[in-house]
Write a protein of this length. Structure first.
Length: 160
């Protein structure tokens, strides 16, 4: 397997865990926040889609590109009123397809200086490769959150 194929396989695998977690749920169940956190399954799909879009914009165009993606920091983990789980899944899948297309075409060694933020070392740069590795970690982490939420809702276990 090539490096690009490995990256794609890992991204798709972890997205698959997240999609499996929401399988068979109603819209109402996707909105539930049954744990101590404010996370819901529909909101996790929304957040991951936004995260993929934001980091892919960075991979393609640096901090300037990333700044073009609107991120709702206040309610980004919520499922919007009127949205359905099918809407959240379609958006999540579209973001993933866009990411996969970039994995196929971007120079993995290209690097961009990270945006100015208190959580990034000033002047630090990330390669496109590191961005995709970061997305794998993000998706995996949120798939774990989703598994706990789903198990709390109805006992289904995705990862164990």
């Amino acid at each position: 397997m090539t490096e690009r194929a490995d990256l794609l396989a890992s991204l798709q695998r972890h997205r698959g865990f997240l999609l499996f977690t929401v399988r068979g749920l109603s819209d109402e169940q996707a909105r539930l926040t049954p744990t101590a956190s404010a996370l819901c399954l529909g909101g996790l799909l929304r957040h991951v889609a936004t995260t993929e879009r934001s980091w892919c914009a960075f991979a393609a165009g640096g901090a300037e590109g990333m700044s073009q993606v609107e991120v709702d920091w206040a309610t980004g983990f919520a499922m919007p009123a009127g949205a359905t789980l099918a809407d959240m899944i379609a958006d999540f899948e579209a973001a993933g397809a866009d990411t996969d297309a970039l994995v196929e075409k971007l120079d993995l060694d290209a690097a961009h200086e990270l945006p100015k933020a208190p959580w990034f070392e000033p002047g630090a740069s990330w390669s496109v490769r590191r961005v995709f590795l970061h997305l794998i970690a993000e998706i995996s982490q949120h798939a774990g959150h989703a598994d706990i939420i789903r198990e709390t809702i109805d006992g289904q276990k995705t990862m164990g």
